[in-house]
Every structure is written in C-alpha cells, then in structure tokens.
Design a protein around this ligand. Sequence first.
Ligand code: GAR
Length: 232
Amino acid sequence: MSDPTDRRIVVLLSGRGSNYQALRRAEEAGWLGGEIAAVISDRVQAAGLELARADGIDTVCVARNRYPDREAFEHALAVAIGGYRPRWIALAGFMRVLSPGFVRDHAGRMVNIHPSLLPRHRGLDTHQRVLDAGEREHGASVHFVTPELDGGPVISQVRMTVAPDDSPSALAERLLPLEHRLLPATMALLLHTPVEARDETISIQNQTLARPLELGPDLSDDGRLLGDGGRD
Ligand code: GAR
C-alpha cells in the first residue's frame, strides 16, 4: 500500500476559507487524490476554521499575536504543520509573509493561490491594479512558494476577460469561482503526477514546462494533463 503521508495536505488560511472548501469538495467527490489532514490559521477569527470544524477536519490556530516575534510564531507554525507530516502545504488565502528560513524548510512542498496572472501584480490589491493598468485580462495563479513574495515558479493559471466597466469587487466576484476550480485541479495534479520546481522552472514527469498550465486547454478540472500542456 502507498504511504498515506504522500497524500496528506495541510491547508493554511487567514480568512473566509472558500478555497479550502473547494478543496474539501474535491476530496469528498473522490478525485482530489489526497486527504486534507488539517486546516491551520494565524487568525482566531478566521471563518475558514469554522468551515473546517463543521467538516470534521482537524483545526489548529497559531495566532500571530500570541507570540513575541515572527521567529517564535513560525516555530509554532512549523511544529503544528510537522505534526501532520503533510506531503503538501496549500496556502489558500494565508495572508502572512513567511520568512526565507521557513520557506526553505518547506521548499518543494508548499504552494500558494494568488489572485493575478503572475508575474503580474504580486502582493495585495490585485483587482484594483489590473484596472489601474488598463489590462484586458485577469486571472489567478498557483505557484510554488519561494522566499520572494509571490515570486515562485507558476504551475497553473486561469484567465478571464476584464470588461470596460468592471470594478475591483466585480473582478473579485468573477475570479473566485475560477480560483475554486484552479486550486483543486492543481492539487489533484500534484498528488497524482511528479511535479518539481527547479530554479525558476517547473518540470512535470521530467519535462520542463515552457509556460504555466492553463486550466481548460492544459489542465482538466479534475487535475489531468491535457494535450502537450506546454511541455517541451
Ligand atoms: C483568494 O482570492 C486568494 O487568491 C487570495 O485570498 C483569497 C482567499 O479567499 N490570496 C491572496 O491574496 C494571497 N496573496 P478564501 O479565504 O475565500 O479562500
């Protein structure tokens, strides 16, 4: 039998938890290929903790304000994560910048969903910044976490068109359901297929990705690779 720790996911979140829920629905539907072992938050009030509890998932709160400094906080976070021995750590609306040391300790097994077409618009307020830049296209990305904020190699993306009269809230509202498809599809891919980040590039089954996989043409909603998916 395969090692069950190869299938375990720990989800880190700070707020609402709708991307956690999307992962959980995929697990319940039977195609995620992994098991959400725990949801961990840095905020006591995170609604996502309640959602996970209602689903019968282990929850841990490592509240940042209970620790004197970032080092102590990250040590507690690492202990909480380590207790579950996850294969993957999914940052799903985890709004805290992690130190280079923490990121290095979890390298190659920590991914983040970000609401922009990376490398465009790292950081906050991505919807507003897309409008300010007059861009006609927006989207979300799932990437490996590296010490550079929102800077790690991008595994997958989903795209949508920006309308002339769009507002930041309209963009956020239209993007969220796409995020809810992208994150589970990407996690399913990672759980089923050897995917590695080497320097700035992604390799899948030992083939280098020329560009991020796009949900739809390259990656199915249940995490299967379609076509050549931009692999060389
Ligand atoms: C999502 O839109 C996610 O992309 C974003 O936070 C939201 C969390 O929503 N993450 C970031 O901005 C990370 N830089 P959720 O709590 O409902 O999943």
